[in-house]
Every structure is written in structure tokens, then in C-alpha cells.
Design a binder for this molecule. Structure first.
Ligand SMILES: [Ca+2]
Length: 441
């Protein structure tokens, strides 16, 4: 359904807009992703070679993907809290092979799990964002007994403690962060017992719901990794529960294990498979993020109570009273609460001294992957309006009217965009000119 923002902007000719920059936070801002589960999240893939564990699969270091993954990734940082030897534990480090179970960092035996490809792909898919991973997983742990939020003192508790410590370490050094999603690779332990198999879907939904509640992230994207096919008789039920949860639970996704290879008795993925799994996790995560970008943006700015109150978080509302609705704050990279008091984010109308045409200049976010922006001009606020330029789902603006002009500059997630009218302000056939930005979902 197409909806037109009730507060589409209308900037009259010679209107006055003040322009100032928002306050800049010190340090780096990180998009944080959480990684949890059991041994396949730990990861036992060997970065030296997989030939000895998966005969016929070739040497990982010689494989086509080795150049992309068998190195350090300084643009992705990870805080891993278990299954590590030596000094890599419980601190923020650059992503690289070695954050898997059984690594021997002294002798250079680097193991890894899905974090390696997941982190790389998330950074590649979200240019302008800094990616941080928090990984806590424990081999052999079940959802029913060890990650059950209703049982105090379990891995669930430790996971939350780990997340809090990792986030605190970021903020203590002056950085800022926001948790953007979680990936989950678990279920093998539950598949051994009929009791934990029977209610796995209910347990999984309870886990996701409670974690979102406890982290105050009610819409946190959650991607479920599929356990490998039937070694134990209950694997198929667990797999069905995982798929059904991803299909029926809000903001959930699925990373299939189809085609993956295990190096042992059908449980632990080999190196190439951990790369594929990590890529699938990232693909599913990006899909959720892009398809729900506006809601997830609101979730980062409003409390659970405010999200439920349409008088505060509704699209046309303006809780910080700066004349920009929440939807327009989203599009123009503003903040809906606090800080931006006044019209500092309003697009600034002016006259291009060279062409003598009205123009609208603004800064927009390429993260807005679920809206269409259209810049229009007319002789009267009553229209008819002529489309001058349009950006669909965060992509570059395209020109729609002959005679109009547009420029876009910028890197990262921000673009400084200027769209000019197609007629001169001295044109006797157009006594007055108006421009506006229309936002549709
Ligand atoms: Ca506002």
C-alpha cells in the first residue's frame, strides 16, 4: 500500500530555513550483532586446512574464498567470551580466524565459526557502518536446560552479562553503539531428547521474546541457523521448529544448512561450510534490516512504551517539536526525540544564482531502504505537482523532468542532495514556484 506522508514538506519560494549541524558524538559508532548458540557457533573449522577433516573438500587456504577470509579484517571488531585460548578472550579485537573452539593461538592453529564470514559480509553490505560482533556460545548446551530464560543462572544469564560487559567496554573508550540483530546456531543438543524436541519451537520463541524484552529491543532481528540433517532421530523436528519460527515470528530469519558438509559424524561444519553458513546468516540479516528499516530505526529511538503509543512514535508525529515528523526525521537522518529542537533539519530552499531556478538542498540517509523520496515543483501549493527527481529505497536520485537538475555528493550513509526546478523564477508563465519533498512507503 502506498502512503503519502501527512507531513510532506512544503517549502515556499524565499522561505527561510536555518541550517546547523547536529552535535557529533566522540568516538566511533558501532552496529553491534550478537552471536549465540552451541558448538557450531563456537566453530571448529580449521583455517589451515580442511582436507584432513573433510577429505576431498580441498585445502581451505587454497580455496577461492581463502583470500577473502584467511586474514585479519581491521574494519570489523569482535568480542568473544569463550572457547578461546590465551589473551583473545573478553576484549575487542579485529575479526580474523581464531575465534573458534580449539584454537591454539600460540602455535597458530586458528579455528573459526560463522562469525568470520558473517562479520565480513555485514560490513560489505552496510557501507558507512562500523560492524562489531559479540560472540558467546557453549558447546553441547540445550535451549531447554542451558539457555532457558526461565531458569536462573543458565547460559542465558551469562550471555546477557557478556553482552553488557562488551557494550560497556565500547562505551568506556568513548565509542557509541546500537545492537542491530542476533544470529543463533543451536539445537543439536535438544535433538537428542524427545522432551526438548517436542516443545523446541515454544522454547525458541520464548527465548527470543525474553531476550528482546531484557535487552529493551522489542524488534531485534533474529536469524536462526538450521542444524544439520538427521543423525539423531529428532533432528528433523528441531529443523522444522527452526524454520517455522523464522516464518511466523516477527523480525526472524533463517539460514539453511542445505548443502553444507560436516567433518565429523554429521554435526560440525567444515571450513567451507562455516563460510557459507556465515554468508547465509548475513544475507538473512540484511534482508530483515532492509525490509524493516523504518520500524527498526524507530525501535532504536523510542522506548517500548513509546513505540506502543502512536501519539509519540506515529509517522506524522513530531515529539521533539522541530516541525519534522518522525518519518521525515528518518529520511533526513534526524533524531525524533530531544537534540534537534528547531528547524535545523529542514531542507533549505534557495535560488541557484547561475540558473536562476528554485532549488531544494537536503541531507538524506541511504539507510532508508523502505521509502521513496520524490522532489516536486508546482506553480501553486494546490498543484499540479511535477516530479523533478526521485530516490527509491535509499538508492541514488534519478532525474524525472527535462530541464530540472540534481547533484548528489557524499560517502558513507549520507548524501548531500540538491534538486533544481525546471523553470526560471523570472519566467513570466510561472509567477510563483513551490517545491516539496514527498515521502511514500
Ligand atoms: Ca521532529
Amino acid at each position: 500500500m502506498k502512503l503519502t506522508s501527512p507531513s510532506s514538506l512544503l517549502c515556499a519560494f524565499f522561505g527561510l530555513c536555518l541550517l546547523s549541524l547536529p552535535a557529533q558524538a566522540a568516538g566511533v559508532h558501532y552496529d553491534v550483532y550478537l552471536l549465540g548458540g552451541q558448538s557450531n557457533m563456537d566453530g571448529r573449522a580449521d583455517a589451515r586446512t580442511q582436507e584432513w577433516e573433510s577429505p576431498g573438500r580441498g585445502n581451505f587456504l587454497n580455496a577461492a574464498n581463502s583470500a577473502a577470509y584467511s586474514k585479519e579484517h581491521p574494519d570489523v571488531t569482535i568480542y568473544a567470551a569463550n572457547s578461546l585460548a590465551g589473551t583473545w578472550k573478553n576484549q575487542w579485537l579485529s575479526l580474523k580466524p581464531g575465534f573458534g573452539s580449539g584454537s591454539d593461538l600460540i602455535n597458530g592453529y586458528y579455528k573459526f565459526g560463522p562469525e568470520l564470514a558473517f562479520g565480513r559480509k555485514m560490513a560489505d553490505a552496510t557501507p558507512g557502518h562500523n560492524v562489531a560482533l559479540i560472540k558467546y556460545s557453549v558447546s553441547g548446551t540445550s535451549l531447554r536446560d542451558h539457555w532457558n530464560p526461565d531458569i536462573p543462572g543458565t547460559q542465558y544469564t551469562t550471555f546477557k552479562t557478556t553482552v553488557a560487559a562488551a557494550l560497556a567496554a565500547l562505551t568506556a573508550r568513548g565509542d557509541t553503539c546500537a545492537v542491530r540483530g542476533m544470529i543463533w546456531m543451536q539445537g543439536e543438543a535438544d535433538s537428542k531428547f524427545p522432551t526438548s524436541t517436542a516443545d523446541y519451537e515454544a522454547q525458541l520463541k520464548n527465548f527470543i521474546g525474553r531476550l528482546r524484552l531484557d535487552l529493551a529491543l522489542p524488534n531485534m532481528p533474529f536469524v536462526i541457523g538450521e542444524i544439520f540433517t538427521d543423525t539423531y532421530i529428532f533432528r528433523s523436528q528441531i529443523r522444522a521448529a527452526q524454520l517455522n519460527t523464522s516464518n511466523t515470528y516477527p523480525y526472524a530469519g533463517f539460514a539453511t544448512s542445505a548443502g553444507l558438509v560436516c567433518y565429523d559424524v554429521n554435526t560440525h561444519f567444515d571450513a567451507d561450510s562455516q563460510i557459507t553458513l556465515g554468508e547465509r546468516f548475513a544475507e538473512a540479516m540484511v534482508t530483515i534490516l532492509q525490509q524493516n528499516a523504518y520500524m527498526l530505526w524507530k525501535s532504536r529511538h523510542f522506548s517500548v512504551e513509546e513505540l506502543a503509543d502512536s501519539n509519540i512514535s506515529g509517522d506524522g508525529r513530531d515529539p521533539n517539536g522541530n516541525a519534522l515528523s518522525n518519518l521525515l526525521e528518518y529520511v533526513l537522518n534526524g533524531v525524533p526525540k530531544g537534540l534537534s529542537q528547531g528547524p535545523e533539519y529542514l531542507p533549505a530552499p534557495s535560488v541557484d544564482p547561475e540558473s536562476n531556478r528554485l532549488r531544494l538542498a537536503f541531507t538524506r540517509s541511504t539507510d532508508c531502504s523502505d521509502v521513496t523520496l520524490t522532489i516536486q515543483a508546482a506553480d501553486s501549493p494546490a498543484g499540479p505537482w511535477t516530479d523533478l527527481g526521485r530516490s527509491v529505497n535509499g538508492a541514488a536520485f534519478t532525474l524525472l523532468a527535462e530541464g530540472a537538475n540534481l547533484t548528489e555528493t557524499g560517502t558513507g550513509i549520507l548524501r548531500d542532495t540538491t534538486v533544481s526546478d525546471l523553470v526560471s523564477i523570472t519566467d513570466p508563465l510561472h509567477q510563483k514556484r513551490f517545491m516539496r519533498m514527498q515521502v511514500t512507503q
